[in-house]
Design a protein around this ligand. Structure first.
Ligand code: NFK
Ligand code: ZN
Ligand code: ZN
Length: 208
């Protein structure tokens, strides 16, 4: 029997945030002394911090919110592939891999080395990859990066093309120790009704 491997970033004040975005904070807002019985904490964070999902509303005002997302996307078999040293990821980079029937595809790029600092540049997903992945049956793509688009992109072409092909997005995974292969994935968003994204606790278990 396999064990669950945590592929989530830890959430504390060292977690990197998008430049200019809300820093992560946790505090005991009502202490045991004050309340007489319990510590009651409070967190303040951007929903695009650490390991998280994007809801389509993040980049489309008419897009689905977190509560509308199908939970099936985030639990089930996933395939991990390793694509280090790429400037971008497109059909060419995947053409020698057999991905037929893969529903959830996790890409380990190793490009975000120091996770307490936001990266300067990242390999991005070429928008054309969306159509190719959807033909294969992919419904969820996950990366060890803070975005699927170039960090300075305002158009967010990869986000839009993926959404247009019904492929959902998981960002900020920690795949440093994960070899290529087939796994069971659980990475559920919180039941945030209006939100554009959600932190997740993502875990993998190797399939035999
Ligand atoms: N699209 C990014 C997030 C993003 O663009 C962003 C996140 C927080 C604060 C500002 C952002 N973009 C600003 O141009 C993502 O994929 O999560
Ligand atoms: Zn995001
Ligand atoms: Zn995103």
């Amino acid at each position: 029997m396999g064990i669950w491997i945590d592929i989530s970033q830890r959430l504390d004040e060292n977690v990197a945030v998008w430049p200019g975005d809300t820093p992560f904070s946790y505090k005991v807002n009502w202490s045991k002394v004050e309340s007489g019985s319990v510590n009651v904490g409070q967190i303040n964070m951007s929903l695009h911090t650490g390991t998280h999902i994007d809801a389509p509303f993040h980049f489309d005002n008419d897009g689905k919110r977190v509560i509308d997302l199908d939970l099936d996307l985030y639990i089930g078999n996933a395939t991990v592939i390793h694509l280090p040293n790429k400037t971008s990821i497109g059909v060419n980079e995947l053409s020698n891999l057999d991905l037929q029937g893969v529903t959830r595809l996790l890409i380990r790029t190793d490009a975000w080395k120091n996770r307490s600092v936001f990266p300067q540049t990242i390999p991005h997903i070429q928008p054309e990859l969306a159509a190719y992945l959807s033909e294969l049956g992919v419904r969820l793509i996950g990366l060890d990066l803070p975005s699927v688009d170039p960090l300075d992109s305002k158009e967010l072409s990869a986000h839009h093309e993926l959404a247009g092909h019904k492929i959902h997005i998981l960002e900020g995974l920690v795949l440093d120790e994960i070899g290529p292969g087939n796994y069971e994935l659980a990475a559920l968003p919180l039941p945030l009704v209006e939100a554009d994204g959600s932190p997740i606790r993502a875990v993998l278990k190797k399939l035999p």
